[in-house]
Design a protein around this ligand. Structure first.
Ligand code: AMP
Length: 354
């Protein structure tokens, strides 16, 4: 579908478009560094903020709500600008799955992956298919024999997640969330064994042009209130009966022990290979594996994102890893633009857009 749109594109004047949110400033800056025009798709009440960065943005497409992205005139405007949409972590959550995957504008990345990402079970299946170690999963109603984390669907930054020790606590928590409107049905929830260790999130980039997986960085998420509980002597959290929550507020840089890197890269490669087998042509561009590393140095992956993650915003001027590949300040945003540029130069744009 994007192929038809591409045929009418001016390859000398491609622009990079994204929703003004999440990691868009990094994406715009990277696009500019590589000589592209940029298009910010922005909702009215955020326009003033993004106008502060006018030097990074050539065109603004102003919407009343994100859901208007698939309106005919908006799509036509994007096509007129020879725009390639870069989907980031909030893209599907903001515009809805239907619009996200059917929009008739070329997308940098694998649009087939959006549907998999929207289904927590399909997501974990893909990781298992890749042979990447994952936590044990439970269905609602199944007997629970250890501490579990219960997750709600969609990228809501951990909102509504909770911990439970048995199936009764799982059911109570889920019913409460249905009442609060955070969940439609109990089955939508994903129940995972709670992994002990430290979190580590790896930022990768698969280049179809160079046919290689690059490790562009790593981060830790700063989550309220689980990270804040460390500041409180345990006696108080017990007395006050405080429940840990997992709402993301920011990201912290991480450099890993070098001896962990071969495994980290191996999992990235396995992930790409699994997407090539199960969702051809396979992953394109940035993706992230989210893990807990246990005291045995075992890396277990509990989640992935098939798009640029907000943790890459730390490395807007390159990371300790991206320097090793590129020897120049290479953010993930810039890496996307570089891939597009290389694909255009080699006449293989269809390898990086779907
Ligand atoms: P997610 O929405 O899957 O990225 O999860 C949000 C946060 O919950 C993560 O950043 C972790 O802090 C925590 N978390 C998620 N899954 C697990 C797990 N299986 N074990 C331990 N912590 C987890």
């Amino acid at each position: 579908m994007s192929k038809e749109a591409l045929e009418k594109y001016d390859f000398n004047a491609i622009s990079i478009a994204t929703l003004a949110s999440h990691s868009s400033l990094q994406i715009f800056r990277g696009a500019k560094q590589e000589g592209f025009r940029t298009v910010a798709i922005v909702v009215e009440n955020r326009l003033w903020f993004y106008k502060q960065f006018k030097h990074l943005i050539d065109y603004f497409i102003v919407l009343r709500s994100w859901r208007e992205l698939c309106r005919r005139d908006v799509v036509e405007e994007l096509k007129k600008l020879s725009a390639v949409i870069v989907p980031h972590g909030s893209y599907v959550e903001y515009v809805g799955l239907e619009c996200a995957e059917s929009i008739e504008v070329p997308i940098f990345g694998l649009r087939k992956l959006f549907r998999v990402e929207a289904d927590q079970w399909a997501k974990m299946k893909l990781l298992q298919e890749a042979g990447i170690p994952t936590p044990r999963l439970y269905k609602v109603g199944e007997e629970i024999d250890r501490l579990v984390i219960v997750k709600l669907p969609g990228a809501k930054g951990g909102r509504g997640y909770f911990l439970a020790k048995n199936s009764k606590e799982v059911l109570e928590g889920l019913r409460k969330r249905v009442e609060e409107g955070l969940l439609n049905s109990l089955e939508e929830a994903m129940i995972q064994e709670y992994l002990f260790g430290v979190p580590a999130y790896y930022h990768y980039f698969y280049s179809p042009v160079l046919d290689r997986v690059e490790m562009l960085g790593a981060d830790i998420r700063y989550e309220t209130n689980i990270d804040g509980l460390k500041r409180l002597p345990p006696k108080f959290s017990i007395e006050l009966d405080l429940e840990p929550t997992f709402v993301v507020v920011g990201n912290i840089p991480l450099v890993l022990r070098e001896s962990l890197l071969p495994k980290v890269l191996e999992y990235g490669v396995r992930f790409v290979e699994a997407t090539k087998r199960m969702l051809p042509p396979g992953a394109i561009g940035p993706f992230c594996l989210e893990s807990i590393i246990g005291e045995d140095m075992e890396i277990r992956v509990f989640e992935f994102s098939g798009r640029i993650v907000a943790g890459t915003n730390i490395y807007v001027n390159g990371s300790p890893y991206s320097y090793l590949y590129w020897d120049e300040p290479m953010s993930t945003g810039r890496r996307i633009a570089r891939e597009l540029k290389m694909a255009i130069e080699k006449g293989v744009l269809e390898k990086v857009v779907t």
